[in-house]
Each structure stands twice: as C-alpha cells, then as structure tokens.
Write a protein of this length. Sequence first.
Length: 122
Amino acid sequence: MKKVLIAEDSSVIQNLAKKILEFQNFEIHSVKNGQQVLDAMEEEDFDILLLDINMPVMDGMECAKAVRGLADEKKAKIPMIAITGNARNYAMEDFKEAGFDDMLAKPLNFDSLVAQVKALTE
C-alpha cells in the first residue's frame, strides 16, 4: 500500500483528501505544517507528499526545498504535489523550481487529486 503524507492546516481539506485517497487504497498520514513533514520523514518513508502552500511554521515552498535538500537521496527524490488556494500568486515554474512535480488548485478537484497521486506513485 502506498503511503501519502498530507500537510494541510485545514482539517476539512485534510479529512476530505484522506477519505478520497483511503477509498483508493492509499495509506494516509497527515500533519499541519512543513516542519512536521520533515519530522515525519525522519521517522518513516512515504511514497508521495501533498503540501499546502500556505501553512504556519514552515510553508509548502520552504518545505519542498528542504525535502529536495535532504541528505537521504531516496527521500530527497519523493514526488511532491503543491496544493494552493492562491494559484495566481505562483506560476508552475515557481512550483517546479521549489521541487514540486505537480500542483492542485483549491477548491480541490478530487478526480484530479486521485489521478495525480496515482500517476506519481506508480
């Protein structure tokens, strides 16, 4: 079973994404900010990260750059999807530059969410 780590400070979105992805047989772990992502990645391995861009403590952009800079090469190469409510503040190049493989705009389209997670974890 593929393990997904969702970092999202909105519990509504977190719970919805969790339900949708669990239904597709993914194992979901969720945290509230980028620092917790880095802490969780030290503890265990995940197959993909879903990072909200606007989070307290450490936002998605900072977190993505930190993940790409990890000493553990396997962890540093993990697929990452940006989740953003302010898509117009960033271009796809900004996400790519930070290390993201793809992005999803809020409100989340759950078909896209499932399709992207599946595509990046196969």
